[in-house]
Design a protein around this ligand. Structure first.
Ligand code: CTP
Ligand code: CA
Length: 219
């Protein structure tokens, strides 16, 4: 029973977790975003704190309560998330669960009005890759974990992502079904040693198992 352990296994460790979507403004009243409830990321932050870690949670806009014992930093855009992650370093563990918008919009300073100028075209600019930047940083956390939400070829895409991003594990998430916004999740843990398939479970249980796996890896 976690609460009864004399010295929880992640005591003295700093864990950084990103969660939720980012919002990229189109104009002062509109934005584009990824679909993300933040539930899995928040559950992971809570599970790491329950194992004794000091947890910094960098969160995009979500409708969730801050888990007990977690320090939460709210951001809106990918660039704000990147800056908050940088400020939170150093960390022993980083779990990048956020659904970061891959592109931002060259935003208008005033509300775009319909009518006169016809249908507006959005010019997209690529956002910084927070996970890849962290992987290449001199302050890279000891254990760096990315998430990958995929709708097809889940294992193949996740293995390619592990190599491309330079992280230690990818938690691959099959989102072809009804995962988004729900309370259960079915994941695979992709490491350089292979792929572990975990049974579908409540997001809280997936988080607890991942936190345990993290503690074991650092032990
Ligand atoms: N990620 C990030 N910064 C970005 C984009 C993604 O830190 N600008 C992180 C996510 O938090 C996640 C991992 O990278 O941990 C994988 O995100 P994903 O969107 O699956 O990967 P991409 O490289 O953006 O590939 P694609 O969206 O084309 O599948
Ligand atoms: Ca992406």
């Amino acid at each position: 029973v976690e609460g009864r352990e004399a010295r929880p296994p992640l005591t003295g460790k700093h864990a950084l977790v990103t969660a939720g979507p980012t919002h990229e403004p189109i104009d002062p009243v509109r934005y584009i975003a990824n679909r993300s409830s933040g539930k899995q990321g928040y559950a992971i932050a809570a599970a790491l704190a329950a194992l004794g870690a000091r947890v910094t949670l960098v969160s995009g806009p979500v409708a969730l309560a801050t888990p007990p014992g977690v320090t939460r930093i709210d951001v809106e855009t990918a660039r704000e998330m990147a800056a908050a992650v940088e400020t939170a370093l150093p960390a022993d563990i980083a779990v990048m669960v956020a659904a970061v918008a891959d592109w931002r919009v060259e935003a208008a300073g005033q509300k775009i009005k319909k009518g006169a100028a016809g249908t507006p075209a959005l010019t997209l600019v690529e956002n910084p890759d927070i996970l890849a930047t962290l992987a290449a940083s001199p302050r890279r956390p000891t254990l760096l974990i990315g998430f990958a939400a995929e709708t097809e070829h889940v294992a193949d895409h996740a293995q390619a992502k592990l190599a491309r991003k330079g992280c230690d594990w990818i938690v691959a998430n099959d989102v072809s079904g009804d995962v988004m916004g729900g309370d259960t999740n079915s994941v695979r843990i992709v490491t350089r040693d292979g792929i572990e398939e975990w049974p579908a479970a409540a997001k809280a249980d997936v988080a607890a198992r991942l936190a345990r796996r993290i503690a074991d890896a650092l032990a």
